[in-house]
Write a protein that binds this ligand. Structure first.
Ligand SMILES: [Zn+2]
Length: 349
């Protein structure tokens, strides 16, 4: 009797083990489980014959059949998990569901540090009466160079410095190297008084390193009216720098040269990190000053190019890099931090 029962157990084991392995879907597996260890399953029925056995036989057959029940249960469980996973994967492959998308709750976006810097600068300029002006990113050579008194031999027109775009019909286009074209376009269609700011993206053939980028942002300002002098420029730019760096910010003007202004100046601000006291300051390199922008009195040729009489009108212009000022005021050491969009850096601002 007991040998016969043992044989039946072995038969059930081999039979169901191979059936479970071959099973292709969850529904079939459930039916198989019912047939094996369900209330009226094969193994359950076999267990019912336990009552006809002697005590000795029960001691052998009982543990054997229990062990098989446990083994089959775990086989069913493992196969069920395997089939469910396969079904989920098959379903996912059928749809465009992107599981790498961030889940709810979504991270709240914030302003980019460059946008923060630009807004601070344009806010101050707005208070000084400058209004926004816009121009095209793709300029013609006339507005980017000629009208600004930049002659053909000037290094700024070098192929190494500028992205030229071939134009078979007339002179080539360029990706604007500064926003000064906006000044020209404004003066061509509007008579003085003019007081504009031109923020925007500009392009130069610079290799990307810690302080250079082929794409960066500028803000230029232009003020043209009767009797505009260097004194007006110094007053307005001092107020601007103090608005940016605090009332105590010291501003220095140094003579310089630009083709489109005469006289021209560089505008420096006393280093806000070391106040000129640290010979090893990495920001000002120990000089105590940081160059912030170029400026000057608009060259008479530029006014003439825009049909504005330089005997009647005069003006000042200035231009600065948003990145440079943002790096200085936010303490960012590498310009690439603005473009790599590393969330760990961006969310600090
Ligand atoms: Zn310093």
């Amino acid at each position: 009797m007991i040998e016969e029962l043992k044989n039946k157990l072995n038969l059930i084991e081999t039979n169901y083990t191979s059936k479970i392995q071959a099973c292709k879907n969850v529904k079939d597996l459930q039916d198989l489980q019912v047939a094996a260890i369900g209330r009226k399953g094969e193994l359950t029925e076999l267990l019912k014959s336990l009552k006809d056995l002697s005590l000795e036989e029960k001691k052998i057959f009982g543990p054997l059949s229990n062990a098989l029940k446990i083994k089959l249960s775990s086989l069913f469980e493992a196969k069920n998990a395997e089939l469910e996973n396969a079904a989920i994967n098959e379903e996912l492959n059928k749809t465009d569901l992107d599981l790498t998308l961030p889940a709810f709750p979504f991270n709240k976006g914030g302003r980019h540090p460059l946008a923060i810097a630009q807004k601070r600068m344009t806010d101050i300029l707005s208070k000084l009466g400058f209004i926004w002006a816009h121009g095209p990113f793709i300029e013609d050579e006339y507005h980017n160079f000629d009208a600004l008194n930049i002659p053909a031999h000037h290094p700024a027109r070098d192929m190494q410095d500028t992205f030229f775009i071939k134009n078979p019909h007339k002179s080539d286009f360029v990706l604007r190297t500064h926003t000064s074209g906006v000044q020209i376009r404004t003066m061509q269609k509007q008579k003085p008084p003019i007081r504009i700011m031109a923020p925007g993206r500009v392009f130069r053939k610079d290799s990307l390193d810690a302080t250079h980028s082929p794409v960066f942002h500028q803000i230029e300002g232009l003020y043209v009216d009767k009797n505009v002098s260097l004194a007006d420029l110094k007053r307005d730019l001092t107020v601007f720098m103090q608005g940016l760096f605090g009332k105590k910010a010291e501003v220095r003007f140094r003579p310089s040269f630009f083709p489109f202004t005469e006289p021209s100046v560089e505008v420096d601000v006393k280093c806000v990190f070391c106040e000129g006291k640290d010979k090893n300051c990495p920001v000002c390199k120990g000089s105590g000053w940081k160059e912030m922008m170029g400026a000057g009195i608009v060259h008479p040729n530029v006014l003439r190019n825009c049909q504005i009489d330089p005997e009647v009108y005069s003006g000042y212009a200035f231009g600065m890099g948003v990145e440079r000022l943002a790096m200085f005021s936010l303490g960012i050491k590498d310009i690439r931090a603005f473009y790599e969009n590393d969330i760990r850096i961006l969310e600090q601002f």
